[in-house]
Structure formats: structure tokens, C-alpha cells
Design a protein around this ligand. Structure first.
Ligand code: SF4
Length: 334
């Protein structure tokens, strides 16, 4: 079978924040890729660097205190990091080629403009169509995301809509520009559980229907297992495991991934099986010792783990598509 074409290739990306306490290595030598029409999940707890990685791709990291220190971000073959943060090239990519859906739409939508004004403005900027055409496309986009009476809703202000409706508006904005890649950063975290499922189903049906690629950034491994083709697990600014969703679910190899899976409900679990949280908290990534960053929380840590340097990613399957950064072989430990 022929390999798919990579749409986005991130290589050795490094982004730090320079604070009074020291250098926070938020993204520390991160590499990943997304193929055309593929859904990729980037999973990890808050503060692991998953959102900063995506902000770095679009050069949205606030400088200072943040700074992209190195790496390459190829989108359709062009290295985006070669363009300046405010260059016309990167502005042309944002929205039109790669669009982002943020966790809390209230921070992305402007409270003093109506939904219609904001939606048609984005369409006009990226598609260079008339005001009237942009308005009509805006109505159509609201219809596609299942908002009833879209003509009337265009005249609403964000505060007049529920959280779920506002997130649908954000999805409408993302699809209205016909971008090839959608980055959804914790797209359902601010919503109640029932609405989370509806919004996720909607997002996935649109992405698959329009043959788009998507990166879903989330702390909820359970949420993405139904939707993602591949998963990258991040910890302390690094990718510590990656593979197909099926492989990661069946044979998780990193103790952190195993912990994440034990902490979320699974339909195949026996009835009454208790969920097990991961003890401790993720480290603050300032002056970390050169060893596995998960050591203090790892139930399998050995003396060797404490003394050895940080493990790099290594393949654990024949096809070399399942990678893990752990000194031990955790096969069958779940
Ligand atoms: Fe745990 Fe050691 Fe593997 Fe780190 S290298 S995850 S401490 S077993």
C-alpha cells in the first residue's frame, strides 16, 4: 500500500519561555507529522507542551516571554518557521490553510460583534469575496454545523448563545475558509459531557466529509480513541510514545500512557472496575535533570532509570511505527 502524503511535518521543534525562575522548555525537540485526510491526536496532561507545540506551528507564541528556538515546520513542503511571525506569508496560512479551534470560544469570539459580522469578516479576508457573498457563505457554514435558523443566528452576539452553540460557530469559522488542516485545541473541554459528544461527532463528520486533516489536542485519551488514526503522547515537553490508535490502545508501552489509559473508563473494562489516577503532578520543565522526566511518578522506575540519561524514542514493532521513550520493555503490563 502506498504511503499517504504528509501535509504537516514538524521536526525537532523547540520552544521555551524565559521567566524570572529560568528557562521553561515547553516544547523540547518534538517531531511529528500529519498526513492528508488524517486525524492525529496529541495527548497529555495540562502543561505538557501540547498546546504550545500547536501555537508554535502557527507562530502564535507570544514573544517575549516565549521563543521558538529551533526546528522545522513543513506545511505542504514549505518551512513555516522561515517566515516572520507577522509576515504576510504566515498570515495567509493562518485560517485559510490551517485553522484553529480553541478550548473556550468566548476568548476567540469578539463579544462586541455579532456572529455574522465575525464569520463574514473571516471569509472576506481569506476568500476575497463581496460582503453579500461572505454573509451567504456564513449562513451556509452555520447550517452545516447544525445551528437552527442560521439567518437569524447570524445577528446574535456570542453571549446570546450556549457554550455548545459557540463552539459550533468556531467550527463553522474553521470550515468556512476551506482550510486543509484543522487544529482543535481541547475543543470540548469547556462543554458538558453530552454536548462534548455531540460537538466531537459533528467535528469528525465534517472533517471526514470534507476530507480534511485534523490535529486534536486533548488531555482526555478516552475522547480520541474513537476518532484519531494515530496518537502522540506528550510528557514534560517531549513526545514519549506514538503509534496508531489501535496499537496504543492494545499495547501501550510507556508507563505514562498505561497510566492515562487506566485513568479513563473503557467500554471493554469489566463492570465495576475502578479507575486509577496517576499519582503526583507533571513537573515544571525548568532545569530538569537529564533522566526520564516521568521517574518521580513512575510505578515501574528502577535504580537504572534514576541514573541513566533521558531515553530517546525507539521502535517497538516490526513496522517501526510504534515508538516509545522508556528504558524498560513494558509489553503486556497494562
Ligand atoms: Fe518509568 Fe524508567 Fe520507563 Fe521512565 S524509563 S517511564 S522511570 S520505567
Amino acid at each position: 500500500m502506498q504511503d499517504k502524503t504528509p501535509l504537516l511535518v514538524v521536526k525537532n521543534l523547540r520552544t521555551s519561555f524565559f521567566t524570572s525562575a529560568g528557562e521553561v522548555k515547553a516544547v523540547n525537540d518534538v517531531s511529528y507529522h500529519v498526513d492528508e485526510e488524517e486525524v492525529v491526536a496529541i495527548v497529555g496532561e495540562s502543561g505538557c507542551g501540547k498546546s504550545v507545540t500547536q501555537m508554535s506551528v502557527l507562530q502564535l507564541v507570544q514573544t517575549p516571554p516565549g521563543k521558538i528556538l529551533g526546528g522545522e515546520v513543513f506545511y505542504k513542503g514549505k518551512d513555516l518557521l522561515k517566515y516572520g511571525q507577522k509576515s504576510k506569508e504566515i498570515r495567509a496560512i493562518r485560517g485559510a490553510e490551517i485553522s484553529m479551534i480553541f478550548q473556550e470560544p468566548m476568548t476567540s469570539l469578539n463579544p462586541v460583534f455579532t456572529i455574522g459580522q465575525q464569520l463574514s469578516q473571516v471569509i472576506r479576508v481569506h476568500k476575497h469575496v463581496s460582503r453579500k457573498e461572505a454573509w451567504a457563505e456564513g449562513v451556509e457554514a452555520l447550517r452545516k454545523v447544525g445551528i437552527p435558523e442560521p439567518e437569524a443566528r447570524m445577528k446574535n452576539y456570542p453571549f446570546e448563545m450556549s457554550g455548545g452553540m459557540r463552539q459550533r460557530v468556531m467550527i463553522a469559522i474553521a470550515i468556512a475558509c476551506n482550510s486543509s488542516l484543522i487544529i482543535a485545541d481541547e475543543p470540548t473541554t469547556a462543554l458538558d459531557v453530552t454536548t462534548q459528544a455531540q460537538v466531537m461527532e459533528l467535528l469528525m463528520s465534517i472533517v471526514k466529509g470534507l476530507k480534511k486533516a485534523m490535529i486534536v489536542v486533548t488531555h482526555n485519551l478516552g475522547l480520541v480513541t474513537r476518532y484519531a488514526d494515530r496518537i502522540y503522547v506528550m510528557y514534560a515537553g517531549k513526545i514519549i510514545e506514538s503509534g496508531t490508535t489501535e496499537e496504543i490502545m492494545k499495547h501501550p508501552m510507556h508507563p505514562y500512557t498505561i497510566g492515562l489509559l487506566k485513568s479513563v473508563p473503557n467500554l471493554s473494562d469489566e463492570k465495576g472496575k475502578a479507575l486509577v489516577p496517576i499519582e503526583g503532578a507533571p513537573p515544571i520543565v525548568i532545569n530538569l535533570p537529564d533522566r526520564c522526566a516521568f521517574c518521580p511518578r513512575c510505578p515501574y522506575a528502577t535504580e537504572d532509570c534514576m541514573n541513566a540519561s533521558m531515553p530517546g524514542l525507539r521502535p517497538v514493532d516490526v513496522g517501526q511505527k510504534h515508538l516509545v521513550a522508556c528504558h524498560l520493555d513494558m509489553r503486556g503490563s497494562r
